[in-house]
Design a protein around this ligand. Structure first.
Ligand code: GTP
Ligand code: MG
Length: 223
């Protein structure tokens, strides 16, 4: 799949303020500075769509971007666990992110970004467990692959898989990416394409189920 157009729509401070849409959306979450906004720009081939920064804590709101004339959305979320924010602010961001993940019906997949340079971090494992326990549909995106050798990337990815398999039965889909080198772009866009198709199929099935059948409509009341 190709992204033909991508347009910023709105920034929301609360989930209740997010746009009332009827199409699937794909959100990007992870630690502050992991590369969420950069990945969105890489996927959309637009270096200025989402605001990026060398300093953590850049994205503060839930940002909706309309893709391919509104047939689906990309959502840029603030990062979790940014120490300099202070405990109260950190908790407020966690509530916002968790609220979004739990209540946004349009969420087709939450891409959880993990910096591939590091061994599994407690904060990422806790967030992944939160998603697992609450049935949030996720995929894992390892970022900044250009900053380490393939050997280090393989080592850190297999440690995370091992860690998850101690508690999980199945692993979610995983992608190794570099926004700098445009690595992983096609795989993620193909995945979104398939997820969009599944979304529309289940929508049609639900609509079919909701239709009153001819039989029940024509039935005369039994005496
Ligand atoms: P917050 O909005 O603050 O939570 O951060 P974020 O996760 O959106 O990160 P952002 O995309 O702003 O990137 C943070 C920094 O990492 C920037 O300096 C990016 O240039 C850099 N960066 C992001 N992805 C990559 C990558 O794949 N490779 C390299 N080398 N640098 C990257
Ligand atoms: Mg950001």
């Amino acid at each position: 799949m190709e992204i033909k157009n991508a347009k910023y729509e709105i920034s929301s401070a609360k989930v209740s303020q997010c746009p009332d849409t009827q199409v699937p959306e794909y959100a990007f979450i992870g630690r502050s500075n992991v590369g969420k906004s950069s990945l969105i720009n890489m996927l959309t081939n637009n270096s200025s769509l989402a605001k990026t920064s060398q300093k953590p804590g850049k994205t503060l709101l839930i940002n909706h971007f309309k893709i391919n004339n509104g047939s689906w959305y990309i959502v840029d979320l603030p990062g979790y666990g940014y120490a300099a924010r202070g405990k109260d602010q950190r908790q407020a961001f966690s509530r916002m992110i968790e609220g979004y993940a739990l209540s946004r019906g349009q969420l087709a997949c939450l891409f959880v970004l993990i910096d591939v340079r590091h061994e599994p971090q407690k904060i990422d494992l806790e967030f992944l467990d939160f998603c697992g326990e609450n049935g949030v549909p996720i995929a894992i995106v390892f970022t900044k692959a250009d900053k380490v050798s393939q050997k280090v990337a393989d080592h850190n990815m297999s440690l995370l898989k091992k860690e998850l398999l101690e508690r999980w039965e199945d692993l979610p889909p995983m992608f190794l990416t570099s926004s700098e080198k445009k690595k992983g772009r096609d795989s993620i866009l193909d995945f979104i394409d398939s997820a969009n198709a599944i979304w529309h199929e289940s929508l049609e099935e639900n609509e079919e189920l909701e239709k009153p059948s001819d039989k029940s409509e024509n039935q005369s009341p039994t005496p």
